[in-house]
Design a protein around this ligand. Structure first.
Ligand SMILES: Nc1ncnc2c1ncn2[C@@H]1O[C@H](COP(=O)(O)OP(=O)(O)OP(=O)(O)O)[C@@H](O)[C@H]1O
Ligand SMILES: [Mg+2]
Length: 335
């Protein structure tokens, strides 16, 4: 779908997925990956096509994920990737004629990390370029202007953010750079350690999506799958079996860090807001809201109501689209 006449663009530049939308439509949702010719530095592919190439390239082709820990770690590649993605949804004549350009940014970012994002956006020379904190954007559908505390947990690809929002601002927040990548790496380590099997990140992510859960399944529930990789001792391609009970144990350590972070946020929360959270509960968004057993586990741990976002991958971009519709009303959340 091509970009609309309003010339406003919402960008959710995520560690794992990049989403572009205008006020009314999602225009693009693709993995945050770029493939570059290492001789000429020309872009060979971006998004889904580059993701298919990831970990399968050769000496003259690099596939790069320009974000790490939720922030830009390779500024040059991030610029190229975003440019090419926006070019997919706009006519060439529109590329430097945006009106409002609003992008999400994690709360816990340094000035240097924010500068890298601004540089990426400035290449479009939009009339107005703004950043908005991602958890605030994700909570846009919840009447955040009210003097009532809402606790949002966004478990994405590179960063987990826990914030309490009240009166359109962030009252307290904590974050940890433990999210999807850390879970995938934990699965890789498990196979190396326990099965002497080397697997790629894409395979690890696939296993997580198929079997991952945060609540110990019954030992009798032995659902599982064969995982392909390379035997580290013999050096030959092979497979190993894993079931969901074992995978759940593997995810326990990184998930424990996320639980600690939620606990810390509750501890530093002022009492009146804590009362609101007791009533309203936890709102969970980000890609890992889709993992099995999350609501049960959080409810058991904190004894609070837990609400899982029905469209957790879209919440930030949907929220930015709402801001684009009424930028004057939401000026206080824009940076
Ligand atoms: N069905 C699913 N089951 C388990 N995990 C999933 C599922 N769908 C997506 N994920 C995971 O969610 C993560 C991506 O989520 P999301 O798009 O919210 O992250 P992001 O916005 O790109 O990252 P960040 O917010 O950290 O910058 C990936 O790690 C992916 O593996
Ligand atoms: Mg995100």
């Amino acid at each position: 779908m091509l970009f609309s006449k309003t010339q406003d663009l919402a960008i959710d530049l995520g560690n794992t997925n990049t989403l572009l939308r205008d006020q009314t439509h999602l225009l693009l949702s693709e993995p945050s990956v770029i493939a570059v010719d290492s001789n000429t530095q020309k872009v060979k592919a971006v998004g889904e096509q580059a993701y298919q190439m990831f970990e399968k390239t050769h000496a003259y082709l690099h596939s790069i994920r320009p974000l790490h820990g939720g922030v830009i770690s390779d500024g040059v590649s991030a610029k190229k990737m975003v440019w090419e993605m926006v070019a997919k949804i706009s006519r060439p004549s529109m590329l430097r004629r945006f009106n409002y350009l609003v992008s999400g940014v994690p709360l816990d970012t340094t000035a240097v990390e924010q500068r890298a994002l601004r540089d990426t956006l400035d290449q479009f020379s939009a009339r107005q370029t703004h950043l908005v904190y991602e958890p605030i954007a994700a909570a846009m559908g919840m009447n955040i202007q009210e003097p009532e505390g809402k606790l949002i947990v966004d478990i994405g690809g590179g960063i987990t953010e826990i914030v309490v929002i009240s009166l359109s601002g962030v009252a307290v927040s904590t974050s940890v750079r433990t999210a999807g990548d850390a879970l995938d790496e934990e699965i890789q380590h498990y196979f190396r350690r326990e099965h002497h099997l080397a697997i790629g990140l894409k395979t690890a992510e696939f296993v997580k999506r198929q079997l991952g859960c945060f609540f110990q399944p019954l030992a009798s529930a032995k659902q599982g799958l064969h995982v392909k990789g390379k035997d580290l001792r013999e050096g030959i391609p092979t497979t190993r079996w894993i079931n969901e009970v074992d995978l759940c144990r593997v995810l326990e350590r990184p998930f424990g860090l996320i639980l600690n972070c939620i606990q810390q946020t509750l501890e530093i929360c002022p009492p009146e807001l804590a009362g609101d959270i007791y009533k309203n509960g936890l709102f969970i968004t980000g890609g890992h809201a889709k993992l099995k057993g999350l609501a049960e586990r959080l409810h058991k741990t904190f004894q609070l109501p837990v609400h899982i976002d029905q469209q957790p991958l879209l919440s930030v971009s949907n929220g930015i689209a709402q801001i684009l519709k009424k930028p004057d009303q939401f000026r206080s959340v824009l940076m």
